[in-house]
Ligand binder design. Sequence first.
Ligand SMILES: *Cc1c(COP(=O)(O)O)cnc(C)c1O
Length: 385
Amino acid sequence: MIPYGRQDITNEDIDAVVSVLKSDFLTQGPAIPRFEGEITRYTGAKHAIAVSNGTAALHIACLAFGLGEGDWLWTSPISFVASANCALYCGAKVDFVDIDSATYNMCPKALEEKLLRAEKENRLPKIVVPVHLTGQPCDMKAIKTLADRFGFSIIEDACHAIGAKYNGNPVGACEYSDITVFSFHPVKIVTTAEGGALTTNNDALAEKIRRFSCHGITRDQNALHVKDQGAWYYEQLELGFNYRLTDIQAALGVSQIQRLESYVAARHEIAAQYNRLLADLPLTLPEQSPQSFSAYHLYVIRLKLGALSVSRADVFAALREANIGVNVHYIPIYQQPYFQSLEMEFQQCPNAEAYYREAISIPMYPGISEEDIRFVSAKLKELLI
Ligand SMILES: *Cc1c(COP(=O)(O)O)cnc(C)c1O
């Protein structure tokens, strides 16, 4: 099976992991600050905090803003469920903003309209989570303008988008947001097996995030209620979690992130080949907005169903039958049985539903062979023409 995405592990990666295994620290050692330093260096953000996965990062990002009962978080319906679950973990309510039909990212116009309605009903969101779907940055400037006008905080879900740029600046710089969240799951751009990170330029948020990732515990002299007790002394200041990354994972991350730019360049080359090979088929190919440089985590094609006699399910099944590991990113979150069981009146999102009916993610990862790219493209041509 040609997978839709996969990791790239080199001998350097293996050596980096093995050297941690032979060292004194498997966790809470020197590889963690080294990895965090690589993330701040790369993104230009003031702070980076490495955590156990992207979902944990979203959870404590919400907690850092005090999200809780009675609060609202809005996100995109076309995302992994974690983008919405983070609100529910905090006891808050979640709702959705429809996507833009060209980029598949949260539509700023739809966001503005929803904010105006919510303002009248006195239920403005505390947090909005734009998701950089497929690695293409959202229209962050427009979303930030709305944040300033309506008073919400922004957490960028950049789980697809490390290595992407917006207006020439790395995603994670938090130029138009409060916090950015990354995932290092093996299908993502760089991997630590499981892993995640948050970046922010806000000192107070960084301190809270760090504490929430480590049981709510601090040893910082300035934060302690009782001072000068001794070197053993620490205090738990709030209810936190063990969301730490291990040094084994961080060492893999340090090694992987050295290749971030070459990975993203390779993904752009693969996208250019698909763009060329699929140009004449009844498909909508990924549109790139001029201010965005995508990390190209995914290459999503949309079937022009009106021009076809086959369904998405038929095409999908035939591709799988041909050993092409296609996938669909994503089912609108509010259609999930769990979300339906909440008996909330979620925003219906027609653009998201239209996208979902047509979308297929085809294989995209550095290291896919030319032959496989041509095979996938030829198979699509055979099925669609
Ligand atoms: C992968 C992903 C997450 C969750 O990250 P994990 O590291 O798997 O917990 C959240 N949001 C999006 C958009 C993702 O793709």
